[in-house]
Design a protein around this ligand. Sequence first.
Ligand SMILES: NC(=O)c1ccc[n+]([C@@H]2O[C@H](COP(=O)([O-])OP(=O)(O)OC[C@H]3O[C@@H](n4cnc5c(N)ncnc54)[C@H](O)[C@@H]3O)[C@@H](O)[C@H]2O)c1
Length: 369
Amino acid sequence: MSQSPLHVAVCGAGAFGRNHLRIYRDLEQQGLTGSAAANPIRLSAIVESDPARSLALHTEYGAPVFSSIEALLEARAKGEIAIDAASVCVPTSLHAKVAAPLLEAGIDLLIEKPIAATREEAASLNALATKHRRILQVGHLERFNPAVAAIQGHLNGPMFFEAHRLSVFTPRALDVDVVLDLMIHDLDVVLSLAKSPVRDLHAVGLPILSGKVDIANVRIEFESGCVANFTASRVSTERVRKLRFFQPHQYVSIDYARQDLLVIDVSGAAGAAALGTAGAQPTPAIPGLPAGLSLQKPKVEPGEPLRLEIESFLQSVRTRQTPRVSGEDGQAALDLALAINEAMAEHARRAGLDRFASPAGFPIPPNLA
Ligand SMILES: NC(=O)c1ccc[n+]([C@@H]2O[C@H](COP(=O)([O-])OP(=O)(O)OC[C@H]3O[C@@H](n4cnc5c(N)ncnc54)[C@H](O)[C@@H]3O)[C@@H](O)[C@H]2O)c1
């Protein structure tokens, strides 16, 4: 039976908010004709503070565009528009300011990652969501990467993770450092897989171009004894997004960008059994792979992580079930990211990293000075 439509809004229609808009628009159109007809949505409003962008957005999407959250909520209070749920895609430093009044007004939220810029802001957003009984999902979209989803049934106590996330420099997301911008994706995924509190961490980070830390390396030890190494850079010459981990008798490698998954097992039979061969495609022998090791490529159903994330959010809004990536998950990833920043600042003081100040005159950020 067809349900009444969910009315959604996108707040902040910059580089990434436009992806949310594209997907909501697709889901809306699909609902008119296709399989989503039972769960229709309407893209009912856009909030964008940049007037130059607003005009083009109205022309492109045909939805009303508001210049502020206050204007959106005023129109809603007057009954001019309906809004049940919204994506918050403003710069991270503004997440809390934009999200708080929406939660207070009874709107369910998908807040882009990281949940907020500070621990206090994140805690206050979670408290507001609880108080107003709102769904609060955080946009850690790699959790919805089909390659990450495909490993869920095959976890067997990972003890060592190696994460690499390298990207070329673009002048975006420079209100935060590379840990909050990029590494936080891997922090969230590894926290969800390691399932153990952090015991100790060591970190180094350097400002290269932006005035904030642009390249960082972190070693984390969990209470369980599991160790994770993370490297993130936004000043690389190549693009890499990989997570590898070792668990008893298995090495698992995920390429987030290619959405593929490799599992190397110490014994072919054991590997096939552990993977439950349904969908697993044995690959030809790899030159150089020692005898006794078998390589499996479990089937991964391709899909756009952001679309899967948004569909999951809408499902939580409808069912009122806790989202796959909750506000508490967002807070845990942020807490760890900020602890890493503190460890980097401490290391920078000890190592006298001010000599890494850019010859072009980019300042060492205050947290490293
Ligand atoms: N999940 C991911 O992989 C991913 C990737 C990129 C960015 N992000 C996140 O998305 C968020 C936005 O990043 P971006 O790169 O799109 O930034 P951006 O600067 O390109 O876009 C932000 C937009 O918000 C608008 N804005 C600012 N203040 C506003 C306000 N008070 N009300 C309404 N609009 C306002 C700006 O005018 C701009 O158009 C950040 O939190 C970032 O971390 C997530």
